[in-house]
Design a protein around this ligand. Structure first.
Ligand SMILES: C[S@@+](CC[C@H](N)C(=O)[O-])C[C@H]1O[C@@H](n2cnc3c(N)ncnc32)[C@H](O)[C@@H]1O
Length: 305
């Protein structure tokens, strides 16, 4: 029997504190995932309250629909990319909302489903897929086997902040000349050959983390999606509506911080939002010890003026 996978929502208490859901409010959870945050928000809503729950992963939508069935039509599910937030709102016929939540990155369901190819766990040996939306064409396989060496190196360096990007990109290109790199284990072996032994023991996280994350971010175009979605989310907010974003990576956090700063101190316009978190909110040591995945989480929030 397979063990049930659980995704423990990060900074749950803080999300509710900053989102401050009103009983009859309308909310968006732009990253439904396992539905943990959606459930805690929907539990605060009264008869007329609604939450639009978005995920680009159809498996996330299907699983959450089953798990959260008891909330009926209080939750409106939409399978889409949150970067199309304007079209999503048009489709569900909602103009303004009282709050939006983004909890970025991948869920434990995605990471722990071997066939999705997100994990570098040696036991899995899956096809190099890594698509959140499985109807999309570009897969990790295409990135690894078709991107020119220079582009691969840039991705590993910029998105992965991988110090051995040059060596790893070179080894990938040389390995794929012999035969296509099809599986996560093949990629793992190439990374292992490309990095010095000391690097494996010195790092806090697994030595393949950076490379796998960089490829995943490229496949799913994660940073461009966030860049496009945040201003759309702010535009959709009612006056005094709140936007809460949890990021797990410095590049994501940089986009959030920059967008919030630009919209709270615009050069030649009136401010659109007020920043509620001067510094990002971090999980407590207790939360990190219970849920190590939360360690790198940063929560930032703004209120619409
Ligand atoms: C960290 S998980 C969210 C977990 C969720 N808050 C919970 O409590 O279970 C992130 C989810 O966002 C989804 N996601 C990431 N980027 C997305 C995008 N651009 N559009 C829609 N969904 C996205 C992923 O598929 C994943 O299911």
């Amino acid at each position: 029997m397979t063990k049930e996978i659980k995704h423990i929502p990060v900074l749950s208490k803080e999300v509710l504190e900053y989102l401050a859901p009103k009983r009859d409010g309308v909310y968006i959870d732009a990253t439904l995932g396992g539905g943990g945050h959606t459930e805690s928000i929907v539990s605060c809503l009264g008869k007329r309250g609604r939450i639009i729950a978005i995920d680009r992963d159809r498996f996330a939508i299907e699983t959450a629909k089953r798990r959260l069935g008891k909330y009926g039509d209080k939750i409106v599910y939409v399978q889409a990319n949150f970067s199309d937030l304007d079209e999503i709102l048009e489709k569900v016929k909602i103009k303004k909302v009282d709050g939006v939540l983004f909890d970025l990155g991948v869920s434990s369901y995605q990471l722990k489903s071997p066939e999705r190819g997100f994990s570098f766990n040696k036991r899995y040996n899956a096809f190099l897929d890594m698509r959140m939306d499985t109807s999309q064409e570009l897969r990790a396989f295409d990135v690894v086997n078709e991107y020119p060496e220079k582009r691969l190196r840039e991705i590993l360096y910029k998105l992965g902040e991988e110090p051995f990007a040059r060596r790893i990109a070179r080894q990938i290109v040389s390995a794929r000349k012999a035969k296509p790199i099809r599986t996560t284990r093949q990629l793992l072996e190439i990374i292992s050959r490309s990095i010095p032994a000391y690097y494996r023991f010195r790092r806090k996280s697994h030595w393949a983390t950076n490379v796998f994350r960089a490829i995943r971010m490229e496949v799913n175009q994660e940073l461009p999606s966030i860049k496009r979605a945040l201003p759309l989310a702010i535009r959709a907010l009612e006056k005094k509506g709140r936007l809460v974003v949890i990021s797990f990576h410095s590049l994501e956090d940089r986009i959030v911080k920059k967008t919030f700063r630009e919209m709270s101190f615009p050069q030649d316009n009136k401010p659109v939002v007020k920043i509620l978190t001067k510094k990002p909110i971090r999980p407590s040591p207790e939360e990190v010890s219970m849920n190590p995945r939360s360690e790198s989480a940063k929560l930032r929030a703004v209120e619409k003026l």
